[in-house]
Design a protein around this ligand. Structure first.
Ligand SMILES: [Zn+2]
Length: 294
């Protein structure tokens, strides 16, 4: 495929995907990043934390020494980045863990979600000024999932999008650079869950999505707006390889792999995004994250 250029400057287009933990880049928007890589866009995944407090979710693994979790996850991340074809950079913060219980326990000292906003954003501003992305993706204000690191990932991304181009802010962290568009990833929307569930039931297979749909409806979580739909079923195999690369974190018999890929490609061949901010004119709905930039 031809190299895609930003005609205004003749530079290659650049996409930065900001994520909370290693594995999030493989479960949210992964096929989209693989597609843009294949089309000649430079893609950098930025991972805020080392995922040190992740639970082992693959029953094929026994309990792992928490001391080694960071190291294991770095190796898994490198394999996932290779599967997607993206570059990847760590911001170096420590995973806050997912607090569980009633009442919720306090967050551990020094974790990402407790770092003051400006301090937490500084390395991302530096990364934006070094990589100079035209488009940044992150999570919606709820985090898309109630993990304190996902909410914090949203906050630092919004702050970096606002500040990276301003020479008065975050001085000493590189030449200012103004990214043009900011998007929120959509993971499993209710519409996507329902489509996959119905396809599985119709095919006479067991669906893991029924209870999920019920609890989502019961909790009355408002659905986010879809502004941008990216066709990417050709890159589902790359996404699946990236998911499997996070071997301790992803159950190969779990819901990610419950739907036969041919059925998925026919029912839901896309990934969805919500345009949060744009500094270029664009017309919604879009089918390209670089609409208005090219
Ligand atoms: Zn995460």
């Amino acid at each position: 495929m031809p190299e895609q250029q930003n005609h205004a400057t003749d530079e290659p287009l650049r996409l930065m995907a900001v994520h909370a933990h290693p594995d999030d880049e493989s479960s949210k928007g992964a096929a989209t990043t693989a597609r843009y890589v294949a089309e000649g866009v430079e893609v950098l995944v930025v991972t805020c934390t080392g995922g040190e407090r992740g639970d082992v979710l693959n029953p094929q693994y026994g309990p792992l020494d928490p001391e080694h979790m960071g190291e294991i996850r770095r190796a898994e991340m490198a394999a996932a980045a290779a599967a997607l074809g993206v570059r990847q950079q760590w911001l170096g913060f420590v995973d806050s863990g997912l607090p569980e219980g009633d009442p919720l326990p306090p967050l551990p000292d020094g974790c990402f979600a407790l770092v003051p906003l400006e301090e937490a954003t500084a390395p991302l501003v530096e990364a934006v000024r070094a990589f100079r992305p035209h488009v940044i993706t992150t999570y919606d204000p709820s985090g898309g999932y109630p993990h304190p690191d996902h909410v914090m990932c949203h906050r630092v991304s919004v702050e970096a999008f606002a500040a990276a181009g301003d020479p008065q802010r975050y001085p000493g962290l590189g030449e200012p650079w103004t990214p043009l568009k900011l998007y929120y990833n959509h993971g499993f929307s209710l519409a996507r869950l329902r489509a996959l569930h119905e396809a599985l039931v119709e095919a006479g297979r067991e669906s893991p999505f029924g209870d999920w749909i019920e609890s989502r409806v019961a909790r009355e979580i408002p659905e986010r707006q879809v502004t941008t739909t990216i066709r990417c079923e050709q890159y589902f195999p790359a996404r699946d390889d990236a998911l499997r690369a996070h071997a301790t974190q992803i159950d190969p018999d779990g819901f990610f792999f419950a739907i036969p890929r041919s059925v998925e490609a026919a029912q839901w061949p896309t990934e969805e995004f919500e345009l949060a901010e744009s500094r270029v004119p664009t017309t919604l709905p879009e089918d390209d994250l670089f609409a208005g930039v090219r």
